[in-house]
Design a binder for this molecule. Structure first.
Ligand code: NI
Length: 184
């Protein structure tokens, strides 16, 4: 087990499109995924993309604890996606508060597709195909953006909602839900 150093906004690795993984079942890919999971859980966060640990490869890990996306919303078990692809199921978008381990302590409101389908290769070489909505869909879109060099502030249309999560949780702005901003 290893906790990897997380790159912060401003480091060029976060702005660089990541390369496809040629062999998803390779031992070094599995070792990286294990270290990414350790790093994500230690942070703690709900998602992490390989460029955030200075590896420009198309790999993300995430999980959604039950209830994290809202009352009664089901959780998603720990998942690793290699070479993921996303398509929106319709045009509807939803606003939600996001955080990112590469922008520590900050949060901002981002509009994301409400419903998506995503495909990827799993570490055992099988294909993953899922439909997702709500927080699950948001996390996957946020993490896959990292693979294209996109950080969530680059998706924001109202920068007045960007701030320190601790301040926003005091109720100066937004709702108390802001305190629940995912650090991913
Ligand atoms: Ni992030």
């Amino acid at each position: 087990m290893a906790i990897l150093k997380i790159a912060r906004m401003g480091h060029p690795v976060l702005m660089t499109p990541a390369r496809e993984v040629a062999n998803p079942t390779a031992p070094e890919v599995h070792a990286l995924i294990n270290d990414m999971v350790d790093t994500m859980l230690d942070a703690p966060g709900v998602g992490l993309a390989a460029p955030q640990v200075h590896v420009p490869a198309r790999i993300v890990v995430f999980h959604v604890p039950a209830g994290r996306g809202g009352e009664g919303e089901e959780g998603v078990p720990l998942t690793a996606l290699i070479n993921p692809k996303i398509e929106p199921l319709d045009d509807e978008k939803e606003d939600g508060v996001e955080g990112c381990l590469s922008l520590p302590e900050m949060a901002g409101t981002v509009s994301r597709y409400a419903r998506i389908r995503y495909t990827a290769t799993a570490p055992d070489g099988t294909m993953i195909e899922r439909e997702a909505e709500g927080f699950h869909a948001r996390v996957v879109q946020h993490e896959c953006d990292h693979l294209d060099g996109i950080l969530y502030p680059m998706r924001m249309t109202d920068l007045s909602t960007l701030g320190y999560a601790e301040e926003m949780a005091k109720g100066h702005q937004g709702t108390n839900d802001s305190a629940e901003a995912p650090d991913d």
